[in-house]
Design a protein around this ligand. Structure first.
Ligand code: ZN
Ligand code: ZN
Ligand code: ZN
Ligand code: ZN
Ligand code: ZN
Ligand code: ZN
Ligand code: ZN
Length: 114
């Protein structure tokens, strides 16, 4: 099932300013918390990162990384990119996914940046 994004007036490309990631053998762009894939005909599809062994949706209370200071609260304007993952939203921190969970961040695995 694909969901075509209607009236998408921004053209994603190598220099469009959005973070490009590798997903399932193709390139997608992170755009306002969505994963956008541009088809050859220029239409834009909504993609979603599946929960997988590379990107598990598990709790990692011991995750300590220097990606941000402890106490950082991820949110719409926190400075990190939102990434749709499974049925939730994660944030891209230093090339991996952070999922805010109580007083810590879960590590939901790496993203391949293009
Ligand atoms: Zn773009
Ligand atoms: Zn994709
Ligand atoms: Zn957790
Ligand atoms: Zn981290
Ligand atoms: Zn953040
Ligand atoms: Zn996640
Ligand atoms: Zn975090």
């Amino acid at each position: 099932m694909t969901h075509i994004h209607e009236n998408h007036d921004h053209q994603h490309g190598p220099d469009c300013g959005h973070t490009a990631i590798e997903h399932d053998g193709h390139v997608d762009y992170l755009h306002d918390g969505h994963l956008h894939h541009v088809n050859v005909d220029g239409s834009v599809e909504e993609h979603q990162l599946p929960v997988s062994s590379a990107n598990p949706a598990k709790c990692t209370p011991d995750h300590r990384c220097g990606g941000h200071e402890s106490g950082h609260v991820h949110g719409p304007n926190c400075g990190h990119q939102a990434v749709p993952h499974g049925d939730h939203i994660d944030y891209l921190v230093d090339g991996h996914l952070h999922h805010p969970h109580g007083d810590h961040c879960d590590d939901h695995g790496p993203l391949k940046l293009v």
